[in-house]
Design a protein around this ligand. Structure first.
Ligand SMILES: Cc1cc2nc3c(=O)[nH]c(=O)nc-3n(C[C@H](O)[C@H](O)[C@H](O)COP(=O)(O)OP(=O)(O)OC[C@H]3O[C@@H](n4cnc5c(N)ncnc54)[C@H](O)[C@@H]3O)c2cc1C
Length: 457
């Protein structure tokens, strides 16, 4: 039997976990959704809301929320993995701007549903800081703020605070300035995903757990010895997508790891700030992200764990002592006042990255198979947009969502092994080395440009 992953978030759930029924017969459905994370659940939510008569089944290998949706950093942000320039190349300037604005609205759409459905996700929309702690990071912060201005966004969407203003808000060691966007909320991700699964169930969607889909093709999904016939199939398995033969090289599972501290005293928080539970990151190359939780801990994460040969995903990869240790060191380096605090939880999980770093929502009109994902660690908000878009596509509606540039976007495939393993892990190592070199010699390396190019920023 499957178990939920270990994390601060799963430990915080107040309801004991009741595992739902598995698929134990052949089924006839209108829509079969593979994977009960945010993408699958938001798709079911909007489809059922727009067309209550649809017979929808969510088929989950483990338990709802088992994947990244139940164990992420809890940033419900307007971040989109593809930058405005790249989006404009795929469409045009106005459409790229519309995509970003749709992401801003998406954060508020999640808030609206949470309120309407009475979901306690520990939601607080305090915004997000990206801090700069050396001259190189400061340059990047100022450039990013200027970049948003060039694209017509105002200080209300993205702004820069100087050292004094920054320190008043987030008292990080050596802080020289920070950018700020109000378009981000801190949440408890497991509470959101588990309660959302209850909501869609109450709406009449059937969720099957412990039901691993072994393969699927046009109108047919196979689970053990059973066959599910469905008019539409949604592949909502994100990082796990590469386990299916036809998606083997469509994206790679990249591990992001997290730690949580014990609750910190009010004295410490008075020193640090983050009064509105703003999320925070900085301008280094290897991504880090953090939030002040509702119960006053730090939940802090970052990349840096290795990519595993052949795109393998295993529970043991959720733990990586070196990376967890580095995360704690980094957190203490940013906030020395927490030195000596206890780490109560360490965990991690895979997220999906496409070869061109682009997230997608697609429908194959011949097979009626849909897919959404490759959110590159920005999936909490983006999956809501994906769910609404999938609903419009299935219901054959042409809307302001179905003509966004990520719809029908096809990324090229990742390289075959061992080139994939060599390429991904050497880029990661280069990014790590670049951070050390930049800090020590105060000189920007080519790695930042390389990574920006990949991301299209
Ligand atoms: C540690 C970490 C931190 C992150 N932090 C953030 C953050 O702060 N903000 C943000 O926006 N994003 C973050 N992300 C990314 C974000 O969590 C994901 O993009 C998002 O949750 C993806 O949702 P999903 O529903 O598409 O996929 P998942 O939540 O991964 O769901 C996929 C589901 O499919 C199921 N499944 C897989 N294979 C099968 C099969 N064969 N049959 C049936 N079911 C199957 C899995 O069990 C899983 O439940 C983070 C990710 C990680 C790992």
């Amino acid at each position: 039997m499957s178990h939920p992953p270990k994390s601060l978030w799963w430990d915080s759930l107040s309801q004991p976990l009741k595992i739902r029924e598995s698929v134990d017969s052949n089924l006839e459905l209108d829509v079969a959704i593979i994977g009960a994370g945010y993408t699958g659940l938001w798709s079911a939510y909007y489809l059922k809301q727009n067309e209550p008569n649809l017979k929808i089944g969510l088929i989950e290998a483990n338990v709802a929320g088992f994947g990244a949706s139940g164990r992420n950093g809890g940033w419900c942000s307007a971040l989109f993995p593809v930058g405005l320039e790249k989006l404009a190349k795929q469409s045009d300037r106005q459409t790229a701007i519309r995509m970003q604005k749709t992401m801003f609205e998406t954060v508020d759409e999640v808030a609206r549903v949470i309120e309407k459905e009475n979901i306690d996700a520990e939601w607080q929309k305090g915004g997000s800081y990206s801090i700069a702690r050396d001259e190189i990071q400061l340059k990047r912060a100022k450039e990013e703020a200027a970049h948003f201005k060039e694209w017509g966004f105002s200080d209300d969407d993205f702004t820069f605070f100087n050292q004094t203003e920054a320190t008043n808000r987030i008292n990080a060691a050596n802080i020289l300035g920070t950018t700020f966007t109000p378009h981000c909320a801190s949440i408890n991700p497991a509470k959101l995903v588990r309660q959302l699964s209850d909501v869609v169930e109450r709406m009449g969607v059937k969720i099957y757990e412990n039901s691993k889909v072994t393969s699927f093709l046009k109108n047919k999904v196979f689970v053990n010895n059973y066959q599910i016939n469905a008019k539409f199939i949604i592949n909502a398995t994100e990082a796990y997508r590469s386990n299916f033969k036809q998606y083997k090289r469509a994206s790679i599972p990249v591990y992001s790891l997290m730690i949580a501290t014990e609750p910190l005293s009010q004295v410490i928080w008075n020193e640090i700030g983050l009064k509105n539970r703003e999320t925070f990151a900085d301008y280094r190359n290897v991504i880090i992200y953090g939030q002040r939780t509702k119960d006053n801990r730090f939940a802090f994460g970052g990349r840096g764990a290795p990519y595993h040969y052949g795109s393998k995903i295993k529970s043991v990869f959720d733990q990586h002592a070196r990376t967890h240790h580095d995360l704690l060191e980094t957190l203490i380096d940013i906030f020395p006042v927490i030195k000596g605090v206890k780490v109560t939880h360490t965990w991690g999980g895979p997220l999906a990255i496409a070869r061109d770093w682009a997230a997608h929502v697609t429908i194959d009109k011949n097979s009626n198979i849909l897919s959404a994902g490759s959110y590159v660690g920005d999936g909490v908000g983006t999956s809501n947009l994906a769910g609404r878009t999938i609903s419009d596509l299935i219901l054959n509606k042409e809307t302001n969502l179905t003509n966004l540039p990520w719809v029908q976007h096809k990324s090229r495939k990742w390289e075959i092994e061992p080139f994939r393993w060599i390429g991904v892990n050497s880029t990661l190592q280069m990014a790590k080395i670049a951070d050390v070199v930049e800090k020590k010699f105060k000189k920007e390396t080519f790695v930042t440009k390389l990574l920006s190019k990949l991301r299209g920023h």
